[in-house]
Design a protein around this ligand. Sequence first.
Ligand code: EPZ
Length: 421
Amino acid sequence: MDSISVIGGNQLNGTIPISGAKNCALKLMCAALLTQEEMHFENSPNSLRDMDSQTELLEYLGCKISRDKSLMSINAGNIQTYTAPYDIVRKMRGSILVLGPLLARFGEAKVSMPGGCAIGTRPVDLHIKGLEEMGASIILEEGYINATAPKGGLQGTKIIFPKVSVGATENLMMAATLAKGETVLVNSAKEPEIIDLGECLIKMGAKISGLGSETIRIEGVKALSGVRHSVVPDRIEAGTYIIAAGMTGGTLRLQNARVEHLSAPLGLLSQSGIEVEQEGNDIIVHREIGRLQAIDVMTEPYPGFPTDLQAQFMAMLTLAEGAGMVTETIFENRFMHVPELNRMGADITVQGNSAIVRGVGRLHGAEVMATDLRASVALVLAGLVAEGETIINRIYHLERGYEDIVGKLGNVGANIKRVGG
Ligand code: EPZ
């Protein structure tokens, strides 16, 4: 089983290219199902397990996909089946996003329930309920969502989300582009990845307004065209490397990243002592060596502090001056990095959905276990500053969402390498 070895103590200095956002590219791939014409995506993240899984699923459905470095082309002109099977869907939850597009374009879809994952049960009831309100009849049977649209196709309607859901907003926005009449999504998610998906759909001919607000309006059209679209930069990858530099000290240039997508975390990081600035298309982060100040953080839907940076932020707090409280409000089980960080000498106490992190003088390297994507990268960050060697096992979690992290960190001075198991 592959692992990563990190020997702590080096500053990070140099340039890291930020990839296209995984949590946008996975949905853009599903949007390709809405048209029979070829789609071309630039700045698409490469060599990510999640992208490979989504590619496997779309090819299973009948899509023709070609990937050349960061250019991906998808043609859904010859779909052969409307069934997304369990053995593919179980690998990556983002597969549920084929449900809306298949139903909207073909009137039927049979998609395996994605199942939970390490960080929580992650139901898809809001996706299903919204599609039913658009007229779909949905039967849950033997672990599958069997969905059929009415004869005349999905009907536009007003859908009020009882809670903010990124995936449900995306699935229903895509379904609504080909529905009859207007769909209004109230209490929608506002993530930059959703705005980017919506902008791509508009380029394809969709009629969408309100992107980035809590109310998105979609006027259904008959058909959509194939377009070329560049994937928005990955704000979570950028935020991860900003925190890394804040912990190790040094100066990093993050190529093709946008501070405006990270306002909440950057506001907190500057209180802690990490300053960044935008220079053209790049973010520059500079940190003199020295202890950061502990601060409290609570995760919230965008534009609040992103849950996908919670574990990384906690790693930073382990060595900060004072104590910080981390409250996770989005997922019910997203503290699995805590016992692993404590094995490295951190002092973290979990109380329900909050964790108190008391800063310690140093961390020591240890053999640790990755459990989910963001917990894994938090262990890498801790390894960058720990005394001695840290071995992170089960790095397939890491490779789902961080393109070439060993190369990117190694190129800016980290003592990091993959070790085969
Ligand atoms: C997306 O997951 C991201 N994944 C997650 O990133 C991210 O943490 C999350 O949004 C929140 O920002 C992708 O984009 C592939 P939600 P998603 O629907 O869409 C509950 C990462 O590390 N909920 O906004 O699944 C749900 O259980 C991953 O890159 C329902 O109850 O998140 C959660 O508590 C992790 N019913 C909350 O809503 C539903 O039908 C937010 O989930 C849907 C969600």
